[in-house]
Design a protein around this ligand. Sequence first.
Ligand SMILES: Cc1ncc(COP(=O)(O)O)c(C=O)c1O
Length: 378
Amino acid sequence: MFSKSAYKVRKKRMPKSLIVYEIIEPDKHAPLAREKHLCYICLHLSGCQESMNEAFRLPPLFQLTQLPTPLHPLPRFSRRLGKDVEVWIKRDDLTARGLGGNKMRKLELLVADALAQGASDLVTTGAAQSNHCRQTAAAAAFAGLGCHLVLRGEPEERPGGNLILDRLFGARLHWSGSSDATMLMEQVLAELREQGRRPYAIPLGGSTPLGAAGYAFAWREMAQQAEKLGMEFNAVVFATSSGGTQAGLSVGAGEAGWTGELHGISVDHKVPHLAEVTEALTQATAALLETARQHPVIMHDAYLGEGYGMVGEAEREAIFSLARSEGLLVDPVYTGRALAGLIDLVRLGALKGRVLFWHTGGVPALFAYEKEIQSSHL
Ligand SMILES: Cc1ncc(COP(=O)(O)O)c(C=O)c1O
């Protein structure tokens, strides 16, 4: 799957931070060949990931990120919680391209695979305000690929947030209305094939074992940052939905032999369903990376509120609290809910000591939730 057979390559050493494979003779069908700025496949992204090859067999990456993302404390937010807790943040809202977010780590692997297969278009699916779709559109633009987004529901009268950006990045939008988005995605793929194109299908959230591997690497990146600072986290808290981030973090933490607690705050599923999805995905991600180790994840479905995308007092409190104490933003659907879960778990005494909030992005959606984030907090 990761063979570089589509290219003739020469290994090239770069100072410290990069090992790149220079393409000397790309496959004539590979879109890579036509793009001057895509003249290499990164196998190693940054200095902080130097020992990655020892831990995992690395597939090639199509670089979409600037790593490592920052890791820093939230002193005023922690003080506001008023408990025996020191909250830190991992800034995957700053993964660089397309206004950032967790999907860029997955897409670096998925787009590399698409290019290696000679794909012409990326096709994926999600909610109207999908951060995954927005990041896929940005990745496709940078890779010189077409992009088709199958969005759930009806077109919005006044599109905002991620929808504006999807269009800016040149994606074609297909609305599923009341029918099944997965079936419409199959239809779009079939139509593209009939037109002689070579579409590459990316499932919901980019949560395949290959995509999830991006988060196993992310764990290693974070662990190396923490080690340099001479510290360890007691717990890591993150938003979980299609399960790729969770699967990757579980494999990464397992491989590192970490002993803290991983808390996944579910954004849309009850735990039994989430557990079923993530169990299989975690196993497959571990198998792909040739490791048997996984770290257990404590999954929470107590913060689902009124359901997916419905903003309640808990999310509003989290958004306002971080904004007013640190000048930082979380989104209304994913990271706002995950941070609300963190706040509650601290209040309940379930989280203590040094806790890492893994920010997975999504901030552009704030601009589509103008009404919902107005409240007495303003
Ligand atoms: C901002 C944000 N955080 C977290 C997630 C959940 O990640 P995953 O789908 O890998 O579970 C998503 C998914 O779209 C997201 O957009």
